[in-house]
Design a protein around this ligand. Structure first.
Ligand code: NAD
Length: 360
């Protein structure tokens, strides 16, 4: 099959890690007989340098014409980069928020997986880790507290601020369906996280998620309060398959789950809309401190490419092959500097990409 894939190389280590992910996608094409037609597009700092703004209409138009977009990461060093002398709406990050909005990417998917070979990086004790963990956090990305009305004012001489947490049933239903769809491709369990003992928005969340669950009788649903979930993530992370939650709870819980894996260079992510389109990127930033040195870990981006194959192109077998190739390379003891441990062999960004590609 022929597919159109957008590439946003981005800033800092972005171009280096995207090149390696492309190498792996090319190996997938060769092995499985697909044709990937790549379109380069600019976002963030690279777009500021070329066009004066972090996101152009052209990038939005081109992204919309693609089946999926793979991104490195954007942004520079906030203390030294001239991009951060610009007003906030013209800085690199505004480009990312802008493209998410323009493409209506309301579902953020972040896996947290513990590789047996990287167990040492996990801050939890062996008896807590047990047989490891493999979960996905599905976070609502365009509603809730971060997008509700807010204001700061003075009342009776006291400075006062208010933020509003709003969700309507359609916003909840569409993200819940996404979570159940993904659970169907995994171990068929959804844990919906809310604060239904206190918040009305959470009570509606719970009611709508239960309605959606009726469409998925093969997927088990449980509800968990957010405070309990924060504890369970460090007490028994192996119990989770898909965690479904609203924007702010997801913001916090997905970072907690990432830290439990201990390896920032390994964490992929996807932002999806109502179609099969998705924007795929590593969870880490553009690491300007190590840019251009051929030492960055490309695996989070390569694993993001595996998500792209699975969720946007529906190529499960090919996605499995990429994930298996990453595991095989780790098993053979190859490591970039950030995940290096005793007895392993240190490799560069390009060597790591080639090793994974060779195992497809
Ligand atoms: P960062 O994730 O870029 O770096 C944090 C630390 O982790 C650094 O020491 C870095 O060298 C290391 N690191 C990160 N990715 C690595 C990799 N693949 N291999 C090896 N080491 C890696 O976070 P930061 O320094 O806070 O942010 C740098 C820039 O990235 C900022 O401009 C920030 O706004 C941006 N950022 C962008 C995104 C995105 O594009 N979605 C996300 C987070 C941060």
């Amino acid at each position: 099959m022929e597919y159109k894939i957008g590439l946003i190389r981005g800033d800092g280590i972005g171009p280096e890690i995207v090149n390696e992910a492309k190498k792996v996608l090319d190996a997938v094409c060769a092995k499985y007989g697909h044709a990937f037609c790549y379109r380069d597009m600019l976002l963030g700092g690279a777009s500021i340098d070329a066009n004066g703004v972090p996101l152009t209409e052209e990038t939005i138009r081109e992204a919309k014409a693609c089946d999926a977009v793979l991104m490195g990461s954007i942004g520079g060093d906030a203390n030294t980069s001239p991009w951060y002398k610009l007003e906030p709406s013209k800085r690199p990050e505004a480009g990312l928020l802008g493209i998410r909005k323009a493409l209506n990417l309301f579902a953020n998917v972040r896996p947290a997986y513990l590789y047996e070979e990287l167990k040492e990086a996990c801050p939890l004790r062996d008896e807590v880790i047990g047989r490891g963990f493999d979960m996905v956090i599905m976070r609502e990305l365009t509603g809730g507290l971060y997008f509700g009305e807010r204001k700061t004012y003075e009342e009776n001489g006291l400075r006062t601020a208010v933020d509003t947490l709003v969700y309507n049933e359609n916003e909840i239903r569409r993200i819940a369906r996404r979570a159940f769809d993904i659970a169907r491709k995994r171990r068929k369990k959804v844990t919906s996280v809310d604060k239904a003992n206190v918040l009305d928005s959470s009570r509606l969340w719970r009611a709508v998620v239960e309605e959606v669950a009726e469409e998925y009788p093969d997927v088990a649903l449980e509800h968990m309060l957010v405070d309990n979930c924060a504890m369970q993530l460090v007490k028994d992370p192996g119990q989770f398959d898909v965690i479904l939650t609203e924007n702010m709870f997801g913001d916090i819980l997905s970072d907690e789950a990432s830290m439990v894996t201990g390896s920032i260079g390994m964490l992929s992510s996807a932002s999806l809309n109502e179609t099969s389109f998705g924007l795929y990127e590593p969870s880490h930033g553009s690491a300007p401190d190590i840019a251009g040195q051929n030492i960055a870990n490309p695996l989070a981006t390569i694993l993001s490419a595996a998500m792209l194959l699975r969720y946007s192109l529906n190529l499960d077998k090919e996605a499995d092959a990429v994930e298996a190739a990453v595991k095989a390379v780790l098993k053979e003891g190859y490591r970039t500097g950030d995940i290096m441990s005793e007895g392993c062999r240190k490799v560069s960004t390009t060597e790591m990409g080639s090793l994974v590609a060779s195992k497809i």
